[in-house]
Write a protein that binds this ligand. Structure first.
Ligand code: NAP
Length: 549
């Protein structure tokens, strides 16, 4: 080992959600003195912050959890197939306690900036309270959908009623009983909130700009037998999820929607619709995400379901997307969403035909019509993938921020894991990591980083930094694979966050890798087998001769 400057910690992880907990556990295992810092006053990350009514997972419990701890697997009991947010939060707290993680987690510790000192090869992490720590490795576990955005609607600050963003929902809850409520935003968050608050409120105005294709879930309780089965077969279930392009423990479909008769196609769609949730997206046909015609057939099936469920034909029509096809937006799961529009006090307002022009003291205006409201809920999404990372000053070599790098050079990373110019800085779920059930890449990524840093420590490699070639290759690969999917052609039309289209002024770039989680994992393995060549931009002199892949 080379002589090193004294430091407070070997590793600092930002964020105490799924990523932070997995990283803390795995980095501890290789003897790194690691702390996790988080600006909130509870652990759980996205599940601590997102407390809006109806929040729950979109993936099933069996693969929306860690597989690495035998104790956690055996002792934790899930109660619902798609667990509610509070249950996931309990799970994460259980994980923290069972793995004795809490003692190394510092809550209420918000990072303002992190600055790399090239001479000392150290990061100084500066906190909002004016304190700081030094560390060799800095790791972001800040989540990919954490930087909430409000719409740019004139008068937004003039509203005198209550207003809430789904991502900043008060911990004490909100009493909506008997109130006139307006909701702006119908992505996965808005869609979960609609059926849950509708029975409480007096009058509910749902302002819809772009309708979504929602797959209903048929959520159910987890029986003791099912829980036992999952406990006994966890490794197989997890391996199946890891081998699936979207990180779900499902059988990838084997044939095209175009190669079966209309009757057979309808029967397959129907059976997977009834199974619920992502089974429809993943198990019907193998080309709903890659072929426009196939995606349009899936779209038409969902439109037919909307017509079946929603009694008023005009409302059904309005709820049916026509300007883009299935998979053009991240598919949300529903829990009685469409049925909610049969309630007489729930009104769907089309803000595509006539936009919201203004938020007033009393409510909001669509065209010239003013809707008087007691509460406005914003479910208007996030500056996804990059927003959280560019919102704080992460300064690498030469004082250049990650924000400036991505603004000036375009979005570039080595497999979403690290970036050139930022030695010993790593990202869990950085931009250009797979579009997937995220627990899978979080766990596999933490284990990959564990092996990488162990290797670096054992081989006297002081700096891991992405080579420029690796970033160029991955940016091209992310674009190439993304553009071969309907997520590109349809996502552009639908202003999808995975293309950056939802944030005014954000360049159109694939924020995630669409080539499949299993392909991504293969690329990660190749980096490992090559002796981490693509991470040795500044330390190749001290590295051992890399093994050939
Ligand atoms: P989102 O999918 O980005 O949806 C934002 C919504 O706000 C859209 O309907 C958008 O309309 C609307 N909007 C934004 N600005 C507007 C404006 N100026 N006027 C009118 N409407 C406006 O955000 P999200 O629902 O929070 O979901 C983001 C992602 O978080 C999801 O895709 C998912 O990956 C994740 N998420 C996951 C879960 C889960 O797994 N359980 C739950 C919630 C969220 P347009 O479509 O017309 O732009």
């Amino acid at each position: 080992m080379t002589e090193t400057t004294p430091r407070d910690h070997d590793a600092v992880v930002i964020g105490a959600g799924f990523s932070g907990l997995a990283l803390l556990h795995h980095l501890r295992e290789i003897g790194l003195d690691t702390i996790v810092v988080d600006g909130e006053d509870g652990i759980g990350g996205t599940w601590w912050v997102n407390r809006y009514p109806g929040v729950r997972t979109d993936s099933e419990f069996s693969y929306y959890s860690f597989s690495f701890s035998k104790e956690v697997r055996e002792e934790w009991t899930w109660t619902q197939r798609y667990p509610a947010g509070a249950e996931v939060l309990d799970y994460l707290n259980f994980v923290a306690d069972r793995l004795d993680l809490r003692k190394d987690i510092r809550l209420n510790t918000r990072v303002d900036s992190a600055v790399y000192d090239e001479d000392a090869n150290l990061w100084t992490v500066n906190f909002a309270d004016g304190t700081s720590v030094t560390t060799k490795y800095l790791i972001s576990g800040m989540g990919v959908l954490s930087q909430a955005i409000y719409p740019d609607i004139p008068g937004i600050d003039t509203f005198t009623g209550e207003k809430y963003h789904t991502a900043h929902w008060p911990r004490t809850g909100v009493d909506l009983t008997g109130k006139k409520v307006g909701l702006i935003g119908l992505g996965a968050s808005g869609i979960q909130i609609v059926p849950v608050i509708a029975p409480e409120v007096d009058e509910f105005f749902v302002f819809q700009r772009t309708p979504n294709f929602i797959v209903e879930t048929n959520n159910d309780a987890v029986s003791p037998e099912e829980m036992q089965y999952v406990r006994e077969n966890y490794d197989e279930i997890y391996a199946k999820a890891a081998a699936h392009p979207f990180g779900v423990a499902m059988e990838p479909a084997e044939f095209s929607a175009l190669e079966v008769s209309p009757e057979k196609r309808r029967a397959i769609f129907e059976s997977k619709w009834n199974e619920g949730g992502f089974h429809f997206a993943n198990e019907c046909f193998n080309d709903l995400a890659t072929n426009h015609e196939a995606s349009e057939l899936g779209s038409e099936f969902i439109r037919s379901k909307i017509r079946e469920i929603v009694k008023d034909p005009a409302t059904a029509e309005l709820l049916s997307p026509t300007t883009y096809s299935f998979n053009g937006k991240r598919v949300p799961t529903g829990h009685g969403y469409y049925n909610t529009f049969n309630l007489p006090h729930v009104h769907l307002v089309d803000t595509e035909a006539e936009p919201i022009t203004e938020i007033t003291e009393k409510g909001l205006k669509v065209g010239d019509t003013e809707y008087e409201l007691d509460v406005i809920i914003f479910a208007t999404g996030f500056d996804a993938m990059t927003g959280t990372l560019t919102n704080i000053d992460i300064r690498g070599r030469g004082g250049r921020t990650l924000r400036d790098k991505w603004l000036e050079d375009g979005l570039k990373s080595n497999l979403g894991i690290n970036a050139n110019g930022f030695p010993n800085f790593f990202m869990s779920l950085g931009p250009q990591t797979p579009y997937s059930n995220l627990v899978v890449p979080i766990q596999l990524g933490a284990q990959w980083l564990q092996r990488a840093l162990k290797w670096a420590e054992e081989n006297g490699v002081e700096r891991f930094e992405a080579t420029p070639e690796s970033e160029d290759w991955w940016a091209a690969e992310t674009e190439r694979t993304g553009k071969s999917t309907v997520m590109y052609s349809e996502g552009k039309k639908a202003k999808a966050w995975f293309l950056g289209e939802n944030v005014p002024g954000k360049p159109e770039e694939f924020q995630v890798y669409m080539g499949g989680g299993q392909v991504y994992q293969q690329h990660c393995r190749e980096v490992e087998e090559s002796g981490y060549r693509s991470l040795l931009a500044t330390d190749s002199a001290s590295a051992p001769e890399p093994a050939r892949a």
